[in-house]
Design a protein around this ligand. Structure first.
Ligand code: ZN
Length: 662
């Protein structure tokens, strides 16, 4: 059931009609069973005075690019109501022209462009208008006999509009039908195959009517054996191991990226709900009809792929395009034919996107769609809109215009990096540099603060001791599950024990340094190799070495030897893996003092040891410059990027110039 989130004491903090509009819009946005990720829209009609003191009616309608859950007053576009009403009486208006009219008749130049459903909001003769794509409503309309069920359920409470594509045509249809069909008891409107509207004289009334209408739909579903139910546990399948599943997922991601013509992330959900759906015996019938509501097609494409034949999916997509493109209103350019949703009986639900946010949105929409379809099946049989209607939205002129506008993308977008020692110092700086270039990042660290270091969809922080193989493998597989694979491995974690000369060097210390700086990295290279080989672009490895490799120092035998051995290990991998397009390079930094090991006390004592001030000590290099973690991270990220496309096996000093290295 939908909860009524309205609280008078909260609402009182939002002043005026527009403030009330902001408040109740957020209440709708808070419930993903009503609207998901930018879906739905709301409006309020307000009489205002213009610069000349004239009274004008203004429709404040949700601006494009805003999400109801987080909308603010500037997220509403104020458009002259009379102009919108005149437009609604035209016989024809292209959607591109309609957007132009919205933009040229808004009263605040800097406001966002109003929703394409602005004219529809304008023609409804109510002060507040709320629109959602409520799951429960769609589970009823998208069934055989959906219209009959809606009329039986709501009677005179709603006006029912048969499916028309969103945009001007829908607004015109509503302008014609609504006044004729609305009665004294009407509180809302159902757009078949699309969604639900409610109206009111004030924000609370309109919002509470939405909740009431949705809960009537919930009640109807429950009474007809289609209530919210926990799905049956998934049918058991012979299970392969985590590693095998992760490699299968990375292989699928590679195929998706190839079909898309660009790197893509592929996130996996193998929850019992997802697996139960993917193992339904009628999966083919129920999943191959179309999305729950047409605007999901922009995110999910019309159909999910069942199984792993990405090439077959792409071929079928080309056929679908060839079949429907001739009927489009204007010439259309084919989108990439890669699937965005994959349903695999063994692996579960997988969702593709060019970045983590987009993949997450696809996953959320898919989970809601699976639940809606399951309920519609119990009600009387899921039935999506015909392919031609979905194609029209997918290849809508405004969406096509966005393609033409799309500019350059971040250099590492759609790619995944794993950074060890990611909670502080150089590792932390690498995380920032990679994220800034559009990569998704898996950060491992001994320090448990890594788990909550960054709350963002493109970062996964995991506590992990890289000398423990099982734990490290589990972290690697968790990263693949979240993002789909691995493109870049940054070997940064290492330990630097204080000055011990060889004559006093204990076996135990030597082994510990080797275990962290060398053995763990061999294991990481070996275990990550299958994933790097499946990277859509080049697989890349970046080794954070040390100045001590070319120029060792006394008292650092274990450290220098371990970093030198790691560098040699990298050079052998360069030779062994070049055929798979994997390139490996190293940076040899020196005297990076903004890291965990260099506390102010240590710094002061080392400076004093050389008879220098801290400042002199930090810049005791040829260039007399301070080397910071950020300098190392920026170079590391660049060396993973296209600039170093042709470079493998390189060792780059980053030390301000050292006379023993040059
Ligand atoms: Zn809608």
């Amino acid at each position: 059931m939908a909860d009524n989130f309205w609280r008078d004491e909260e609402a009182a903090r939002f002043a005026g009609d527009l403030g009330q509009r902001v408040y109740s819009s957020r209440l709708l946005g808070r419930d993903p069973a009503l609207v998901l990720h930018g879906g739905g829209n709301t409006s309020v009609k307000i009489r205002e005075h213009n610069l000349f003191g004239d009274e004008v009616d203004v429709l404040h309608v949700k601006g494009s690019g805003w999400d109801l859950a987080t909308i603010e007053a500037p997220g509403f576009s104020p458009v002259l109501l009379d102009h919108l009403l005149r437009l609604s009486r035209l016989d024809h208006l292209s959607d591109a022209r309609m957007v132009n009219e919205l933009r040229t008749h808004q009263t605040v130049a800097a406001a966002p462009t109003g929703s394409v459903e602005a004219i529809l909001h304008a023609v409804l003769p109510h002060k507040f208008v709320d629109h959602t794509h409520a799951d429960a409503l769609i589970a009823i309309t998208n069934t055989a006999g959906g219209e009959r069920r809606i009329r039986e359920l709501y009677g005179e409470l709603v006006v029912v509009i048969p499916y028309v594509m969103p945009g001007f045509d829908l607004a015109r249809e509503v302008a014609r039908r609504y006044p004729a069909e609305a009665g004294p008891r009407t509180i809302g409107m159902v757009l078949l195959g699309h969604g639900l509207f409610s109206f009111g004289d004030n924000a609370r009334q309109s919002y509470e009517r939405m909740i009431e209408l949705v809960n009537m739909a919930e009640g109807y579903l429950r009474d007809h054996g289609a209530g919210e139910a926990s799905p049956a546990p998934p049918a058991p399948l012979p299970q392969t191991g985590e590693g095998q599943q992760a490699r299968a997922q990375a292989g699928l991601r590679l195929a998706v990226a190839r079909a898309a013509g660009r790197p893509m992330l592929l996130t996996r959900d193998d929850s019992p709900e997802a697996l139960a759906y993917c193992r339904r015996p009628d999966l083919n019938k129920i999943s191959q009809q179309g999305p729950a509501t047409p605007d999901h097609v922009i995110r999910t494409k019309r159909l999910p792929l069942i199984g792993r034949d990405v090439a077959g999916y792409a071929a079928a997509y080309r056929d679908y395009f060839a079949q429907h493109a001739p009927a489009a209103r204007q010439p259309v350019t084919m989108l990439d034919p890669a699937p965005r949703v994959i349903l695999d009986p063994e692996l579960g639900l997988m969702s593709a996107g060019k970045n983590a946010t987009e993949a997450g949105i696809v996953a959320d929409i898919s989970r809601h769609t699976m639940a809606i379809i399951a309920r519609a099946e119990r009600l009387g049989g899921w039935q999506a809109l015909p392919a031609a209607d979905i194609f029209a939205v997918e290849y809508w002129e405004l969406e096509q215009a966005k393609l033409a506008r799309s500019g350059s993308r971040p250099p590492l977008q759609g790619e995944v990096a794993l950074v060890t020692g990611a909670a502080s110092g150089i590792g932390r700086a690498c995380v920032d540099s990679l994220l800034a270039r559009g990569a998704a990042v898996i950060g491992l660290d001994l320090d448990p603060r890594i788990d909550t270091m960054l709350a963002r969809p493109d970062f996964l922080g995991l506590t992990c001791d890289i000398t423990e193989r099982e734990r490290t493998l589990a972290a690697l597989h968790a990263g693949v599950r979240r993002f789909g694979g691995l493109d870049m491995l940054l070997l940064n974690a290492g330990m630097f024990p204080g000055g011990t000369r060889i004559a006093a060097l204990e076996d135990e210390l030597w082994r510990r340094v080797m275990a962290v700086n060398l053995d763990a990295n061999l294991m990481l290279l070996r275990e990550c190799h299958p994933f790097l080989a499946l990277a859509p672009g080049d697989g890349r490895v970046l080794v954070i070495g040390s100045k001590n490799v070319p120029a060792p120092g006394p008292g650092a035998a274990a450290y220098s030897a371990s970093k030198a051995a790691l560098t040699q290990l990298m050079r052998v991998a360069v030779l062994e893996w070049a055929g798979e397009g994997i390139r490996l390079n190293a940076i040899h930094p020196d005297a990076v003092f903004d890291t965990g090991i260099w506390s102010p006390e240590v710094l002061a004592s080392r400076a004093a040891h050389y008879g220098l001030t801290v400042e002199q000590y930090k810049t005791k290099n040829l260039l007399k410059t301070e080397v910071r973690s950020r300098d190392v991270a920026e170079l590391a990220a660049e060396m993973c990027g296209p600039l170093f496309r042709c470079t493998t096996g390189a060792q780059v000093p980053l030390d301000g110039g050292n006379d023993r290295v040059v």
